[in-house]
Design a protein around this ligand. Structure first.
Ligand code: 5GP
Ligand code: ZN
Length: 118
């Protein structure tokens, strides 16, 4: 797809600073910003800069970014003081509830001592 030229992907625009978001961390590979509709006290999205539709579009060449996303999650847990419990989630495909087709990892945590709802 011509994501560079005909860019209609919301997360591409956010990581390029062309749409607003509360960005908490960024480097050359990825950005972390707050989910606009949080489902946890701390709900962040960890998003590679490069457009990849979903896990289905990963291969040996681009899968390396996923380990960087996990390390970013670890750093976010430290920064937000939620190392005692956080959840990482990647929805893949419509049936799993994927809405934005730009690879991303949900970081959820901060429940504190409240019981965890599953
Ligand atoms: P998915 O269901 O695709 O895994 O998750 C997409 C997530 O992106 C949802 O949790 C939704 O709230 C979030 N989201 C959708 N549009 C925006 C936006 O424009 N800005 C931010 N910060 N989050 C968004
Ligand atoms: Zn994109």
């Amino acid at each position: 797809m011509l994501w560079g030229k005909l860019m209609t992907c919301i997360f591409c625009h956010i990581v390029a600073h062309e749409l607003p978001a509360e960005i908490l961390y960024e480097d050359e590979d990825l950005a972390v910003f707050k989910d606009i509709n949080p489902e946890a006290p701390v709900h962040l999205l960890i998003v590679p800069r490069k457009h990849i539709d979903s896990i289905n579009a990963l291969d040996e060449k681009n899968v390396g970014v996923v380990s960087k996303m996990v390390l970013a999650a670890k750093r976010m847990a430290e920064q937000h003081g939620v190392q005692s419990g956080y959840r990482l989630m990647m929805n893949n495909g419509r049936e799993a509830g994927q809405v934005v087709y730009h690879l991303h990892m949900h970081f959820m945590g901060g429940w504190g001592r409240k019981p965890v709802r599953r």
